[in-house]
Design a protein around this ligand. Structure first.
Ligand code: SF4
Ligand code: SF4
Length: 417
């Protein structure tokens, strides 16, 4: 066995915990999960059946943890994992799974398939079977603090330009501020209106907040790769920055996987409780609304709809807050068919958007979102995740659809009293 293969198989063995054992021994092979996955529904390719994406881990479980598997192994009859398996599953797992978790919602025996796929990634990453684009993003995250290679100086330049353009104040490194707002690099590079919007809203609502130049990146490439060590290193930087600034609460910005990582996964990845609270920007804005501190004027009066980012709605539980906010400024807000926890993914979550070779597949699976939008026949789509936003914009452009995508924070800021 080659060293890389050995490392991968050893890592997969360590991934078999009680949940993994109970999941694999409960699967009744009904195939219901297939119809919940956009990679299957839009291609009809049975390889994209969610549970099939976990096959390397299932093999390890079967060989090491079942009587039949142990017997077969001792007789030399078991099917060992090969490098070809890992190479085939690299594409299957990284390109055709956004870790959206929709399959986990429909499994009749309650298997969290996304949890299993995340564990398969750990094995592939340990063996070095990770798409180059993601590997490089991980290296940039370690070296510069951001997967896009954005530096603290780049952040300062961008915020200074925003301050001049909008006549606003964007605080950086303010010790003792109540909130530390994290950003995804795309909110600095592509959607800087998000930063201008929070500045305007927080100023109007009297919120004490700051950015950090020491560590501003909310996204975690370690989680996308499935490399827990890298994920922990990046999270430690966030904890250090927040601790130094003595903030009470960290705000996860309009980024889906950043929220589930910081809010839900971080204590497990780090093995300890975080020394601060974590809120998604939608939770905070809704709290300000409830307290009467977010006053808006009327209103966006055309029809619009909301795309639920999987990691914020289904996996994060932040479903009602964006709707309260939308109802405050957009009386003609209508729901998409299949919304909230059963929403369909944009097709680019979980690191898929960073993989160039996956683009044709992403475009194919976007057909589902296209149908959802066409059904409503409207011109404006709102979301609260910058990665979803860029995937939606890409898909709409590719399909020549005249629909504008807006971030919800930006929409609210546009109607501040
Ligand atoms: S839906 Fe659940 S039980 Fe059925 S095949 Fe998929 S993982 Fe197995
Ligand atoms: S997590 Fe989402 S993309 Fe991945 S297999 Fe399940 S339904 Fe498909």
């Amino acid at each position: 066995m080659s060293t890389a293969l050995e490392r991968g198989v050893d890592m997969l063995k360590t991934q078999v915990d009680a949940r993994v054992e109970s999941y694999f021994s409960s699967c009744i092979h009904c195939g219901v999960c297939a119809e919940a996955c956009l990679f299957y529904t839009e291609t009809g390719d049975p390889r994209y059946t969610p549970i099939y994406k976990t096959e390397p881990l299932r093999k390890v479980w079967q060989n090491e943890h079942t009587l039949w598997g142990k017997l077969s192994t001792s007789l030399g009859l078991s099917q060992a994992i090969t490098e070809k398996d890992l190479s085939d599953w690299e594409e299957l797992v990284y390109d055709s799974c956004t870790l959206c978790g929709r399959c986990s919602m429909v499994c009749p025996v309650g298997i969290d398939i996304a949890y299993l796929i995340r564990k398969v990634k750990e094995g592939l990453a340990a063996a070095g079977f990770v798409p180059d684009d993601l590997q490089n993003a991980g290296k940039r995250a370690l070296e510069f603090g951001s997967p896009m290679g954005l530096t603290a100086q780049g952040l300062r330049t961008a915020t200074e330009a925003l301050e001049k353009e909008h006549g606003i104040d964007i605080p950086i490194d303010v010790e003792g501020a109540e909130y530390l707002c994290m950003l995804s690099s795309s909110e600095v590079v592509l959607y800087s209106e998000f930063i201008a919007s929070i500045s305007k809203i927080f100023s109007a609502a009297g919120v004490s907040w700051t950015l950090s130049s020491k560590y501003f990146e909310a996204t975690n490439t370690g989680v996308q790769i499935g490399d827990s060590r890298l994920a922990a290193q990046l999270l430690e930087r966030l904890v250090e920055a927040a601790t130094e600034l003595k903030v009470k609460t960290v705000i996860s910005p309009e980024c889906g996987h950043a929220y589930t990582t910081i809010r839900w996964d971080a204590p497990n990845i780090l093995g300890r409780v975080l020394p601060f609270n974590v809120v998604h920007i939608m939770e905070l804005l809704d709290q300000l609304r409830e307290e009467g501190r977010l006053k808006t004027t009327c209103c966006f009066d055309e029809y619009l709809t909301y795309h639920d980012p999987c990691n914020i709605s289904r996996r994060g539980g932040v479903m009602e807050q964006p709707r309260h906010l939308l109802n405050q400024v957009a009386p003609n807000f209508i729901e998409m068919h299949d919304c909230r926890e059963m929403n369909w993914c944009c097709g680019g979550g979980g690191g898929v958007s960073a993989i160039e070779r996956a683009e044709p597949l992403r475009q194919q699976v976007f057909n589902l979102k296209k149908r959802q939008i066409e059904e409503l026949n409207l011109l404006t789509l709102v979301t609260s995740c910058s990665n979803c936003r860029s995937m939606l914009e890409e898909g709409l452009e590719e399909n020549h659809m005249d629909v504008t995508v807006i971030g919800l924070t930006e929409l609210i800021a546009g109607y501040l009293e």
